[in-house]
Design a binder for this molecule. Structure first.
Ligand code: PXP
Length: 246
């Protein structure tokens, strides 16, 4: 857990979706994503992130219910802005809900949410989640117009999409976009998270940016766990993040 003496330390949210991907490949109960969440907590994660997709390709409704019931760490539920997902979020009341765009054919969340273009349809979701005491985050590109739109919608948190940075092998330009966007968001009173495509090789420059409060990392950690174990992979990520902040 984050050291309470250093509240500005960068939090690590571990996304366990792909434990469920492997389980679902055989349709049984192994490996259990909730067991992974327990391990992540023991290894130093500050939160658990899980995306309940419309097609239930990885996490299931039962997984979300068990995470809420059995895991002490804060749960960040990633969800599309649909009535079905809103109902599930309101039923389980996770600590946080990160609204993401979702397209059925995509392999993973490919782009950020168009908070600007879709502000009228997003407004009731932000309002109803907030009224229920759920901390809302919008997953957006590191773009000033999207940040302004997120602030206007009343979302207290934005998560900046690090995919373009990760997929460009950590380009300096993409890193600068993240840095500028995070600074702007903080100046507008928003808490700033980041995620997508982060690995041991590319996490440090992002973790070093002082405006980020949390990184959400999944696919790489679960893949690395095949070789070194989940605890070891999470501990190594934690060390790299802490070293970047030191
Ligand atoms: N943040 C958000 C909003 C995401 O949709 C994802 C992917 O599910 C992640 C973080 C984690 O990305 P990755 O699995 O590439 O680490």
């Amino acid at each position: 857990m984050t050291n309470p003496l250093h509240p500005k330390a960068l939090r690590l949210g571990v996304n366990i979706d792909h434990v469920a991907t492997i389980r679902n490949a055989r349709g049984g109960t192994h490996p259990d994503p909730i067991r992974a969440a327990h391990l992540a907590a023991a290894a130093g994660a500050d939160g658990i992130t899980a995306h309940l997709r419309e097609d239930r390709r990885h996490m299931t409704d039962a997984d979300i219910a068990r995470l809420v019931a059995e895991i002490a760490l804060p749960l960040n539920l990633e969800m599309a802005a649909t009535e079905e997902m809103l109902g599930i979020a309101l039923k389980h009341r996770p600590h946080a809900a990160c609204i993401v765009p979702e397209r059925r054919a995509e392999r993973t969340t490919e782009g950020g949410l168009d908070a600007r273009g879709k502000r009228n349809s997003l407004q009731p979701f932000v309002a109803r989640l907030t009224e229920a005491g759920i901390r809302v985050s919008l997953f957006i590109a590191p773009d000033a117009r999207q940040i302004e739109a997120a602030a206007a919608l009343g979302s207290p948190v934005v998560e900046l999409h690090t995919g373009p940075y990760a997929h460009s092998d950590g380009s300096i330009d993409e890193l600068a976009r993240l840095a500028d966007a995070a600074r702007l968001a903080v100046s507008m009173g928003l808490e700033v998270h980041a995620g997508h495509g982060l690995t041991f090789a590319n996490v440090s420059p992002v973790a070093a940016l002082p405006d980020f409060a949390e990184l959400n990392i999944g696919h790489f950690l679960i893949g690395e766990a095949v070789f070194t174990g989940l605890e070891s992979a999470i501990q190594q990520m934690r060390r790299l993040m802490d070293a970047a902040r030191a």
